[in-house]
Design a protein around this ligand. Structure first.
Ligand code: 5AD
Ligand code: SF4
Length: 470
């Protein structure tokens, strides 16, 4: 098994100084653009983490990462196509890069738009010389070699794979909280979603490899890990151990040095009681579940092919509410799915009242290529989608503000990961993923876990003060 090596962000400022355990591999400090890359990322946490791995892979090959396209010889753009707006953004950004090829720079498109549009990109934007979807990242070194050798149209677009993206080096952005992908792709077939087309079929990583990587992360000083997957709880260990997702959570929580284990995104269908039992058995497993519902109407859920009804979803919520610790629940909602009536939409609003989510990410339905919903009749007009979205967001704003106000006086353990501009002021996350800003006279709290008493709140976060350790 290959050794996983981790590069911290400081390594980018001074590439020869602080590369954890791997000084030799990026001993490259040329000021010229040759051998340099710029990588911009759009989209979800999976994309962010893919970019961390791609950056690691390039650093291991002697490239140096730079902060602007102007300073780079190779410009990579990791893209998102979940909604049309995100995909449009990619093409307008690509337009900005049009003139750069003439300067000898190489431009590559990675991720979901690359996979979705494929080689058509070469005709649409001939200044692009590399197109590579996430299921082909393993092949990036050979693809890049071709690009560097001057090939004009290099493509990695395999999608029917059982392989996962394993790297020896990952360049992580956050020094305390690490992403770790445990399952790639998606085997569900939600009628609106491009992910099964852009990220390919579901592939779970070997549990042994995941745990080895986690131990190494702990050795590097990471104390919080976030397991990632489009449907993280559909994890199916391909190794002979056949660990269940809940068992993986428990083992991860027992790794010395790891204080918090998060996971996202959970699919309601695969959210089972053993996950709650795992959360009850070990407080290092965070008390937060992101459980996208998409709609409160069983009729719409059926049309979306979500594989559960409103009542079945609510049973999962009831199960989470029975957990020993109060567990925060967040969700995703789509408004204006084809054929969604006012009555259906009212059911989504009433679901918000019933569940009282701690956070809702809400979106207007956007038709996507290849998906079954894209040809459904009864499209909802754009203005109506906007009206519904505004109503839903206002309802959630009121619910959330009541919840946050009710938390004044509570005590949270906060993992501090930022310093505010204000003096003596810091911010971080609770185990249940609430943002907490706090005051403390301590000179440096970055990376530390402190107890804070909540004294107030803003629209989306809690405000508190550190409780001195007695
Ligand atoms: N239109 C609008 N929202 C979408 N999502 C996925 N596909 C679409 C689409 N075609 C939303 C879902 C999903 C989140 C990541 O993005 O709510 O959970
Ligand atoms: Fe898309 Fe549905 Fe898979 Fe989530 S579960 S990634 S919404 S197809």
């Amino acid at each position: 098994m290959s050794r996983i090596i981790d590069i911290r962000i400081e390594a980018l400022a001074n590439p020869t100084a602080s590369v954890t355990e791997a000084p030799a591999v990026i001993a490259h400090s040329s000021a010229s653009v040759h051998g340099t890359f710029f990588l911009e990322t759009f989209g979800c946490q999976m994309n962010e983490h893919d970019s961390e791995k791609v950056a690691g892979l390039l650093l291991a090959r002697g490239y140096q990462q730079v902060g602007t396209p102007e300073a780079a010889g190779l410009i990579l753009y990791n893209t998102c196509s979940i909604r049309e707006k995100a995909a449009q953004k990619v093409f307008s950004r690509l337009g900005e890069y049009r003139g750069l090829k003439g300067e000898g720079k190489k431009i590559g498109l990675l991720g979901c738009v690359a996979q979705q549009e494929g080689e058509d990109i070469f005709s649409r934007a001939p200044w692009v010389s590399l197109v590579c979807g996430s299921a082909s990242y393993r092949k990036l070194p050979e693809l890049l070699a071709k690009v560097e050798a001057g090939e004009q149209r290099v493509a990695g677009l395999d999608n029917d794979t059982d392989e996962t993206f394993e790297t020896e080096i990952t360049r992580r952005d956050n020094p305390w909280r690490a992403y770790l992908t445990i399952i790639e792709g998606c085997d569900k077939a939600c009628a609106y979603c491009v992910v099964p087309f852009t990220r390919g079929p579901e592939r779970s990583r070997d549990s042994g490899r995941i745990l080895v990587e986690l131990k190494q992360l702990a050795d590097f000083g990471y104390s919080e890990v976030q397991f990632l997957g489009q449907t993280v709880n559909s994890y199916a260990d391909p190794s002979p151990r056949k660990m269940r997702f809940s068992e993986l959570l428990i083992e991860a929580a027992q790794v010395p040095g790891i204080r918090r284990v998060r996971f996202t995104t959970s699919h309601p269908r695969d959210f089972t009681l053993d996950i709650i039992a795992a959360m009850n058995s070990n407080a290092a497993i965070c008390n937060h579940v992101h459980l996208p519902v998409q709609s409160g109407s069983t009729r719409v859920l059926r049309a979306m092919q979500r594989t559960y009804s409103r009542d079945e979803y609510l049973e999962k919520i009831a199960m989470i509410r029975c957990a020993k610790r109060r567990t925060a629940i967040t969700t995703d909602v789509i408004v204006g799915f084809p054929g969604e009536t006012n009555g259906d939409f009212d059911e989504t609003l009433s679901l918000l009242d019933e569940v009282k989510y701690d956070g809702v990410f809400s979106f207007k339905y956007s038709p996507r290529p290849n998906t079954s919903a894209s040809t459904m009749p009864d499209a909802i007009p754009e203005e109506e989608k906007s009206r519904r979205l505004a109503l839903l967001q206002e309802k959630q704003r009121v619910i959330q503000s009541e919840t946050l106000q009710s938390l004044v006086g509570e005590v949270y353990e906060v993992h501090v990961d930022g310093k505010s501009k204000k003096e003596n002021s810091w911010y971080g996350h609770s185990s249940c993923n609430r943002v907490v800003s706090l005051t403390s006279p301590a000179p440096d709290l970055l990376g530390r876990y402190v107890k804070a008493r909540v004294t107030g709140c803003t629209a989306n976060s809690l405000v508190g003060e550190q409780i001195p350790i007695s």
